[in-house]
Design a protein. Structure first.
Length: 421
C-alpha cells in the first residue's frame, strides 16, 4: 500500500467516520433517504462542502452539489460523486466513501494550489439505495432525465408520494427539467467493491468495466384472512403459500440461468410483506419484491416471462388472486467509458498500485450518469467482500489509494478531454 499519496488519508477517513456516526443508533448503520437522519447527514455534508470552498446547492432532483469554477467555464464540468443514504442496517462505506472522496480531492487540489481548467462538481445523489417508495437512484435518474411521472407517483407504506417526498427534501418535482445536465464532460465514482475479488487477490483498486442491469418486480397476492384454528385446509385462501412458492421459483430459475453461463445472473426476494402477519390468522395478503440482475437483458426477459407464468400458477394453486405483477424499475447493463478507464488505469500505474479490471454486480449512480456523459468507477477492497451489513469495512489507506487514483485521473482528464464541442 502506498503512503505518499497526493491527498490526506486521515482527513478523508475522518469524514467517512463522522458521516457514519449520523445513524439510527438502534440499527447501525442506517440513514435512509428522505428521513430526518438523512437530512442531518446532508446538512453535515453541505457544511463540509462550504468549508472546502465549494458553492453548494440542491438541484431540482434533490442532489446536493458542490462546485468550484474552472479557469475556462466553457469547458464544462468534471463531476465526482456517489450517495450518502444507506440500506437498513447497512454499512459505513457504501456510497459515503465516494462522496467523501470527491470532497478530499477538492481539498487536495486546493492545498496543491491547482485550479483545473474544467469546473469540478462533487455530487451526493439523492436516494441511490432502493427507497421506501420502491425506487433507487432517484437523484441520478433526475439528473439524466430518467425520473418520470409514474415513478413520482410511487408511494411509501403510509401513502406519501415520491413527488411529495422530493419536494420535502428540497427538490422541485415540477421543474425536473432544471436538473437535467448537458455540461458534464466526465463522471467518476469511487465505491467499495462489495465483493471479495480485490481482497482475495491483494490488489489495491479495481477499474470497473461494466455495471449490471437491474430489474425490480413487485407481485401482490390477495387471498382471504381467516381464523388459523377453525378454517379447514381445503377452504383456505392463503396468500403466503403462493408467495412462498414464488420465492422458491425465483431461486431455482436464477440458479438455472446463472449456471447456463457465460452471462452473470442473480435474483433475490428481499422484501416479503405478510398481512395481517399474526400467528393465528391465515395470511390474507402478501407483497414481494424481486431484484434481478444480469449482464444480458435477454436473460431478464426470459426470467420475467417465467416468473409471470409461475406466480400466476402458484396463485391459482393456492386459490388466491395475483392482484398485481408490475415492474418497479428496469435499468439496462452499462459499459464504463474506455477513455476514463484508461485514465484511471494510468493513475493507478503512476501511483504504483496493484489493479485489475472487474465488472460490478452492484448498481450505482454511475450507471445513470453514463446516459449523459462518459462515466467510470474505481473499486476499493472491502473486508471479506461484505456489504449492506454493519460488518462492512474498508481500510483507511485503501480508500485513500482509490481516491488518489481518481485525483490523478481528474488532473489527466482536465488536460486531455476534448476542448471543442
Ligand atoms: O443494490 C445495489 O446494488 C446498490 O448497493 N444500491
Ligand atoms: Mn448499496
Ligand atoms: Mn452504493
Amino acid at each position: 500500500m502506498k503512503t505518499n499519496l497526493p491527498l490526506d488519508a486521515d482527513r478523508l477517513w475522518t469524514d467517512v467516520m463522522a458521516l457514519a456516526d449520523i445513524t439510527d443508533p438502534a440499527k447501525p448503520y442506517t440513514r435512509r433517504s428522505f428521513t430526518a437522519l438523512f437530512l442531518e447527514g446532508r446538512a453535515w455534508l453541505a457544511q463540509r462542502f462550504a468549508e472546502a470552498g465549494l458553492a453548494t446547492r440542491l438541484d431540482a432532483a434533490g442532489n446536493l452539489i458542490g462546485r468550484i469554477e474552472g479557469n475556462d467555464p466553457a469547458l464544462g464540468v468534471i463531476a465526482i460523486g456517489s450517495h450518502s443514504d444507506t440500506v437498513p442496517s447497512g454499512g459505513r462505506f457504501d456510497g459515503i466513501a465516494g462522496v467523501a472522496t470527491g470532497l478530499e480531492i477538492v481539498r487536495a487540489l486546493r492545498d496543491s494550489g491547482t485550479r483545473l481548467d474544467h469546473t469540478i462538481e462533487i455530487v451526493d445523489f439523492l436516494a441511490e439505495e432502493p427507497s421506501e417508495y420502491g425506487l433507487s437512484c432517484v437523484g441520478s435518474r433526475g439528473m439524466t432525465g430518467s425520473l418520470d411521472e409514474t415513478m413520482l407517483a410511487l408511494t411509501e407504506p403510509s401513502g406519501e408520494t415520491l413527488r411529495d417526498a422530493l419536494r420535502r427534501v428540497g427538490g422541485d418535482p415540477d421543474r425536473l427539467d432544471r436538473a437535467r445536465r448537458d455540461d458534464i464532460r466526465a463522471f467518476l465514482e469511487l465505491h467499495i467493491e462489495q465483493g471479495i475479488v480485490l481482497e482475495s487477490r491483494f490488489l489495491d483498486v479495481g477499474v470497473v468495466t461494466s455495471i449490471v442491469g437491474i430489474r425490480r418486480l413487485e407481485i401482490v397476492f390477495q387471498g382471504e384472512a381467516d381464523h388459523a384454528g377453525t378454517t379447514p385446509m381445503n377452504l383456505r385462501h392463503d396468500a403466503l403459500v403462493a408467495a412462498a412458492d414464488t420465492v422458491i421459483a425465483v431461486r431455482r430459475l436464477a440458479e438455472q440461468l446463472a449456471a447456463e453461463g457465460p452471462d452473470y445472473f442473480v435474483a433475490t426476494v428481499g422484501i416479503l410483506a405478510v398481512d395481517p402477519s399474526a400467528s393465528n390468522i391465515v395470511p390474507g395478503r402478501c407483497r414481494l419484491v424481486i431484484d434481478a440482475r444480469t449482464t444480458n437483458p435477454a436473460l431478464t426477459a426470459r426470467f420475467v416471462d417465467a416468473i409471470d407464468r409461475d406466480s400466476a400458477a402458484h396463485a391459482a394453486a393456492a386459490r388466491v388472486a395475483r392482484a398485481s405483477f408490475k415492474t418497479l424499475s428496469d435499468g439496462p447493463p452499462v459499459a464504463c467509458d474506455p477513455k476514463l478507464r484508461e485514465a484511471l488505469q494510468q493513475g493507478a500505474r503512476d501511483l504504483g498500485l496493484g489493479q485489475m479490471d472487474l465488472p460490478s454486480g452492484a448498481g450505482h449512480d454511475a450507471a445513470f450518469m453514463s446516459r449523459i456523459c462518459p462515466s467510470a468507477m474505481v473499486f476499493v477492497p472491502c473486508l471479506k467482500g461484505k456489504s449492506h451489513a454493519p460488518e462492512e469495512w474498508a481500510d483507511r489507506d485503501a480508500i485513500a489509494a482509490g481516491a488518489a487514483v481518481i485525483y490523478q485521473a481528474v488532473k489527466e482528464l482536465d488536460r486531455s478531454l476534448p476542448r471543442s464541442r
